[in-house]
Ligand binder design. Structure first.
Ligand code: HEM
Length: 392
């Protein structure tokens, strides 16, 4: 049970931008036999919402406010400096309620407010749509500056999020932070791109305008880096990277991965001609159409068992390991046995079916994340380009 919870918590943690509710629905499907697991996900939702700087509209307001550990008051309540309010936030439904007045005071209050003012101008000038917040942090000794912009484009099969977080230390003038760009692209497969760019600077004037000037310089530099990366990445390189695994350097056959499915015997039986030939061997379905002419044992024997369970015939011949490896190339899914369907006889050679390296699970698997750093430039460019256009 504990490990199931840890597994589904990791699904929540890795939910792509704007897709948390899809992930929750998928988790419900996967844990249909253990429905209580979903109710134990409270802490995982809280962590996700705070780390992703999820935004929420307060009742009666059109402005989005940010959820983060820096503006948490504990007990599920958060505060917003701009509207001088605090509110309860439900991490599972991502809804705000119980708004109350919350006036900021303390050592950093003035700097927080002046930074907020300058940040508001910067964000409006440079982002088409973004939310932001400035809060005292680390026991009111420093200030945290957050900018988050989401662009969800499910019709074009991608969703993206820009998150920047800066911590300013007034005594030293040091501004440390990072910009994280997270893009999920899923038109022809499932690619997740994450970049994390650390930013470090020094603010000479201890004012909100000085802090924002430094932030603007860091973000501009990063945008230029991404643009340069993009122009050196030709369309051809983009295409080949998209299908390459960085570690094994094996190409992913996305078309096959996404088409793995479950067949009934009736489905399989429809594929019994030379031009369209399915075989069932050890409950796996193989589309042997392209293999017919290459089969060393001839086409007749394959056509004889076309659209049927060929396990026995296959095993009786005593096919070599090489033949079993060849099988994997033609794997298209699994057969779902129903009462009355033929069952293959146990064969004397009962050799284990081919290793399931196909990723059969991935047909229904929800998230096959491939991290390809170089591509981030491409997506980052698209994302930032909009910022540029908006600010042009
Ligand atoms: C897609 C499924 C199949 C694949 C990938 C496959 C592959 C091969 C390969 C690679 C060989 C060469 C010998 C070896 O390496 O074992 C072979 C030979 C042969 N296969 Fe298949 N086979 C398949 C299905 C079948 C089925 C269903 C039968 C039904 C009887 C069959 C009958 C034979 C025969 C009779 C030979 C010739 C053996 C010989 O002359 O030495 N094969 N097959």
């Amino acid at each position: 049970m504990a490990s199931s919870l840890a597994t589904i918590e990791s699904f929540v943690e890795g939910a792509p931008p704007g897709e948390l509710s899809d992930v929750i629905n998928d988790i419900k499907t996967l844990t249909v036999n253990e429905p209580e697991l979903v109710s134990e996900l409270g802490p995982a939702f809280e962590k996700y919402n705070e780390e992703q700087f999820v935004t929420v509209k307060l009742p009666g307001s059109s402005q989005q406010v940010v959820i983060s550990s820096h503006n948490s008051l504990g007990d599920g309540r958060y505060f917003d400096v701009e509207s001088s309010s605090s509110f309860a936030f439900d991490h599972a439904t991502q809804k705000a309620s119980e708004v109350q007045s919350h006036v900021l005071d303390g050592a950093q209050a003035d700097l927080v407010k002046s930074t907020l003012k300058s940040l508001s101008t910067y964000v409006q000038e440079h982002y088409p749509s973004a939310s932001y917040g400035v809060y005292p942090t680390e026991n009111d000794t420093k200030i945290a500056v957050i900018i988050v912009a989401n662009k969800y484009s499910p019709n074009n099969y991608w969703n993206g999020r820009w998150r920047s977080l800066y911590i300013f230390d007034p005594p030293s003038g040091v501004l440390d932070g990072s910009i994280k760009v997270d893009v999920h692209y899923y038109e022809d497969g499932n690619v997740r791109l994450l970049t994390n760019k650390p930013i470090s600077g020094y603010v000479s004037s201890d004012t909100g305008a000085g802090i924002c000037k430094e932030i603007a310089a860091g973000e501009k530099k990063y945008q230029e880096e991404l643009n340069r990366g993009f122009t050196s990445l030709s369309e051809g390189a983009f295409k080949s990277l998209r299908r390459q695994l960085p570690v094994t350097r094996q190409k992913i056959e996305w078309d096959r991965v996404i088409s793995y499915r479950e067949f009934t015997y009736q489905d399989v039986a429809e594929h019994n001609t030379k031009k369209d030939l399915f075989l069932v061997i050890h409950d796996k379905v193989y589309d042997s159409t392209k293999f017919i002419d290459e089969h060393p044992g001839g086409e007749e024997v394959l056509l004889d068992v076309g659209g049927q369970d060929a396990t026995e015939a296959f095993e009786d011949v005593g096919h070599s390991d090489e033949a079993r490896e060849t099988l994997e190339k033609y794997y298209v899914g699994n057969v779902k046995r129903q009462p009355g369907d033929p069952t293959p006889k146990a064969t004397a050679s009962a050799v284990a079916p081919p290793a399931d390296t196909s990723g059969a699970g991935m047909g229904t698997a929800l998230y096959a994340f491939v991290f390809i750093g170089g591509l981030a430039a491409y997506f980052g460019y698209q994302y930032l380009q909009q910022n540029q256009e908006a600010s042009a």
